[in-house]
Design a protein around this ligand. Structure first.
Ligand SMILES: Cc1cc2nc3c(=O)[nH]c(=O)nc-3n(C[C@H](O)[C@H](O)[C@H](O)COP(=O)(O)O)c2cc1C
Length: 367
């Protein structure tokens, strides 16, 4: 791991290390995976227009997100079942975020519980990712536990009325390995058979069957009524939905296609970002995830108006290669790459990245 200098090298090594069941679950997108490929390739459609002869002898990569200072504008997205990648799973990722001074978002479908992660990384800025369940007591209980454990925001995933069709998982009959558990639903929080409804034999499908697919914007108001925590809506891909999010009182939106795992044919996150920042950037904070693997990707997203970017799979590759240290190294690589992109393009801090510095490639075709 010490010799790796890019996220891609971590990915290559993780592909060798992980068992097929876990690797396929982590790496797959929905359907024919066009959106998955596009999440990465779409970055090259955007170009950085640099400025020269600015004093960049000192750089500051810090940002303020929901009132908290982060040392880099890169955080960790919620991805499920991280103990398949490393025995310390989510606890290791949260500690890496703590060490790097950034945000860790814990998935509901984690293999470490809210309380375990809070204990492992007490100083990390932790947010909790939530689904809304048909049984609202399940949702209320998770919200209360996250509040009690010191989590600072709720990230409601709005692109998952049900899980998307990931063909490799269907073929593999994907199961969480039997030595692991969905840690937020154990002991007194166990989901009883009648709450699970249909028992498919797969912990994840059983859980998916609990999601309330009848959710509407009114339910965002309901969620707001049961918590004082700021609410981030994750999975917004259009200006219209972003405006609805602002109207419903969300504090932020995360532009995301769920790592291309829901519906093939959705746009790359970076393609969807500009219309959203244009529509609501003045009303709420806008974050983005999907396909980030290089510091220049981060520069482009910030230039297109995002306040923060988040990583899904790169964190899993870091975990697989080296646990907490592996995740720290992933964040460090991106930090260094971003710092170079920033300074060499003529900016010493994030606020120096002006919208005119990141353009769609059609800008050059017109000249
Ligand atoms: C293995 C895996 C599990 C995920 N689990 C969740 C989840 O439980 N909740 C959620 O909101 N998003 C989940 N996501 C989506 C991520 O939060 C994030 O949006 C996406 O991975 C970002 O794209 P990237 O992997 O290209 O960085 C998952 C993604 C992956 C790859």
């Amino acid at each position: 791991m010490d010799r790796f200098v890019s996220v891609d090298e971590f990915q290559e090594e993780a592909f060798k290390l992980l068992p097929k069941n876990a690797l396929d679950y982590y790496k797959s997108g929905a359907g024919r995976q066009e959106t998955l490929r596009n999440n990465r390739s779409a970055f090259s459609k955007f170009k950085i227009r640099p400025k020269c002869l600015r004093d960049v002898s000192k750089t500051d990569l810090s940002a303020t997100v929901l009132g908290e200072k982060v040392s880099i504008p890169v955080g960790i997205s919620p991805s499920a079942m991280q103990r398949m990648a490393h025995p310390d799973g989510e606890c290791a990722s949260a500690r890496a975020a703590q060490g790097m001074g950034t945000i860790f978002i814990l998935s509901t479908i984690a293999t470490s519980s809210i309380e375990e992660v809070a204990e492992a990384a007490p100083e990390a800025i932790k947010w909790f990712q939530l689904y809304i369940y048909k049984d609202r007591h399940v949702t209320r209980s998770l919200v209360k536990r996250a509040e009690d454990a010191g989590f600072k925001a709720l990230v409601l995933t709005v692109d998952t009325p049900m899980f998307g069709l990931r063909l490799a998982d269907i073929k593999n009959k994907f199961q969480l390995p039997s030595h692991l558990k969905l840690a937020n639903f154990q002991g007194k929080y166990a989901l009883t058979a009648n709450k699970v409804g249909k028992n498919t034999g797969s912990a994840m499908n059983d859980l998916g069957a609990l999601f309330d697919a009848s959710l509407t914007w009114d339910d965002i108001r309901w969620l707001k009524s049961i918590t004082k925590l700021p609410i981030v809506l994750k999975g917004i891909l259009t200006a219209d939905d972003a405006i609805s999010a602002a109207d419903a009182g969300a504090s932020a939106v995360m532009v995301s296609n769920h790592g291309a795992r829901q519906v093939d044919g959705w746009p790359a996150s970076i393609e969807a970002l500009p219309e959203i920042t244009k529509a609501v950037g003045h009303r709420l904070e806008v974050y983005v995830d999907g396909g980030f693997s290089d510091g220049t990707d981060i520069f482009k997203a910030l230039g297109l108006g995002a306040r923060m970017v988040f990583l899904g799979r790169p964190v899993l590759w870091g975990l697989a290669c080296g646990g907490e240290e592996g995740v720290k190294k992933i964040l460090t690589i991106l930090k260094i790459e971003f710092e170079y992109a920033l300074a060499i393009s003529g900016c010493s801090q994030i606020s120096d990245i002006k919208p005119s510095m990141v353009v769609h490639e059609s800008y050059y075709a017109r000249l």
